[in-house]
Ligand binder design. Structure first.
Ligand code: FES
Length: 137
């Protein structure tokens, strides 16, 4: 199976490529076999992914799938974005050669990693139930 026109188009003109300064979450994932690495940055406001960008050092399919995953996630609530599957990404692109399926998994995992990072940061920044003044008493 060859790449679809849509994959080639996204590879040539990816959307949301780049990085976000001071992101609310960053996910970095890689595939040990091919060595490709994908980084996804998110900016979250009121539980909605307001902005999302990616940096991918990898094959054409990895670039195309990262671009699609950012497009699908932008403007979505965190809960909804977590439901985006690699199948949805592949369907959007009109299919991928079977050997390239792991590239789309990288995109799904990258988004999830960015969301997990955001959630971890939220937890860590939550006010402690014990106030610092109390501790000193
Ligand atoms: Fe590994 Fe595409 S060949 S991400």
């Amino acid at each position: 199976m060859e790449y679809t026109d849509k994959v080639c188009e996204y590879f040539r003109n990816p959307k949301n490529m780049g990085r976000i300064e001071n992101p609310d979450g960053v996910g970095t994932v890689g595939n040990k076999v091919c060595g490709d690495v994908m980084k996804i940055y998110i900016k979250v406001n009121d539980d909605i992914i307001e902005d999302i960008k990616f940096e991918t050092f990898g094959c054409g399919a990895a670039i195309a799938t990262s671009s699609v995953v950012t497009e699908l996630a932008k403007g979505k609530k965190i809960e909804e974005a977590l439901k985006i599957s690699n199948k949805e990404v592949v369907d959007f692109l009109g299919g991928l050669p079977p050997i390239k399926k792991h590239c789309s998994l990288l995109a799904e995992d990258g988004l999830k990693a960015a969301i997990n990072d955001y959630r971890d940061k939220q937890k860590n920044s939550a006010p402690s139930p014990i106030k610092s003044e109390d501790k000193q008493l």
